[in-house]
Design a protein around this ligand. Structure first.
Ligand SMILES: *Cc1c(COP(=O)(O)O)cnc(C)c1O
Length: 370
């Protein structure tokens, strides 16, 4: 069909037929007993994915809606927030923070490096008034993991909140919201969870609730203030546990995908992504490619790769898509046209898909580089 393609990009991701089938069912109302039971079950399963006993809400929107909710619900204009960035999505957190009138203390690691715990410690020392650290767990633009566990512990010691963009890591890497002391954690349905586009689960811990209710005026408005979602989850608990109309098919499909992962085993789901990553890295190295980041900080979700000097990355990507129906991601920012990214989420982690991708890459190199 028009536009059919197999996605090996870092989002969106191709999803299983069973999940697509749920999306195609008749529309269900966003209230009533059956709906409420389904909604609460999905929330409970996401608490398991996040590893939290705190509340979870399912925000109707992209991941960025929930990161904006997190930032704007607990910080007031003029507040200082420390925001390390080693790529596009860290930059986004800085942009969103500034859009809400916050004073951003940026941290910029050297290119292709993870954020260091030491750099966050120095920023906290230099800015003792900082109320929060906002950080991307897996910087998808570079395929690099940031040490959120250590950074959250440090922030907690200093009385600062930790806000985590786990959009491309929850359900795909180790993440333990409660044990690590993360106050706000955001993800989406259609990355590591292999579910639909259009819903962004957010976990909200007790310190975040206290900051939301501290009497200082926040800029979050109504829809993107988590106070509104908490109020309705309680007030309409047995009928309509959210403030607005919900994309019911999308939530049903998310329910199906998360249940499938938990039945299969979350650890095993994560392990399969790691296996896909290792196979891709090894296979590409054998073909002479250089990985953008070292193995120690490489994510099991996305692999960023430097193009070989003897090839055209845009031509290779175009060939894969137009001739073979397989889409990989391009390099972002300064790496556009020079690097490419292979996602390991959703169907991309299937061993047959990985093998086909590597075989096609070899075929392309044979045909184009003598
Ligand atoms: C994909 C991604 C986003 C953007 O998610 P949207 O749903 O497009 O808002 C943000 N952060 C990270 C780390 C991502 O991988």
């Amino acid at each position: 069909m028009d536009g059919d393609e197999l996605l090996l990009i870092p989002g969106p991701v191709s999803i299983d037929d069973e999940i697509l089938e749920v999306l195609g069912r008749p529309v269900m109302a966003h209230y009533g007993d059956a709906w409420t039971e389904l909604y609460h079950r999905t929330v409970a399963n996401l608490q398991t994915v996040f590893r939290t006993g705190s509340e979870v809400h399912l925000i109707f929107g992209p991941g960025q809606a929930a990161t904006e909710m997190a930032i704007a619900s607990v910080l007031a204009p003029g507040d200082q927030v420390i925001v390390p960035s080693n790529g596009l999505f860290g930059d986004r957190l800085q942009i969103v923070s500034r859009a809400h009138g916050l004073e951003v203390v940026p941290i910029t690691p050297r290119p292709r490096e993870a954020v260091s715990v030491e750099s966050v410690r120095e920023a906290l020392d230099a800015h003792p008034r900082a109320r929060a650290v906002a950080i991307v767990h897996h910087e998808t633009s570079m395929g690099v993991m940031n040490p959120v566990r250590e950074i959250a512990a440090l922030a907690r010691e200093r009385g600062a909140l930790t806000i985590v963009d786990a959009i491309s890591s929850a359900g795909g890497t180790d993440l333990d919201v409660d044990a690590w002391g993360i106050d706000l954690c955001v993800t989406v349905g259609n990355k590591c969870l292999g579910g639909p586009i259009g819903v962004a689960p957010i976990a909200i811990g007790p310190r975040a609730v206290a900051a939301n209710e501290d009497g200082r005026a926040k800029s979050a408005g109504w829809y993107l203030n988590f106070a509104t979602w908490r109020e309705h989850a309680e007030m309409w608990k047995t009928w309509h546990p959210h403030p607005t109309t919900m994309p019911t098919n999308v939530v049903r499909a998310l329910d199906a995908s998360v249940r499938a992962i938990l039945e299969f085993g979350l650890d095993e789901h994560i392990r399969r992504q790691r296996v896909a990553r290792d196979t891709v890295r090894e296979g590409l190295r054998e073909m002479g490619f250089e990985m953008m980041v070292p193995d120690e900080v490489a994510s099991p979700v996305t692999t960023a790769v430097l193009g070989r000097p003897d090839m055209s990355v845009p031509d290779y990507m175009r060939w894969l898509l137009e001739e073979k129906g397989m889409r990989i991601g391009g390099g972002l920012g300064p790496w556009s046209g020079k690097a490419f990214r292979v996602g390991h989420m959703g169907r991309a982690k299937e061993p047959e898909v990985v093998d086909r991708y590597l075989a096609l890459t070899q075929e392309y190199l044979n045909a184009n580089n003598g």
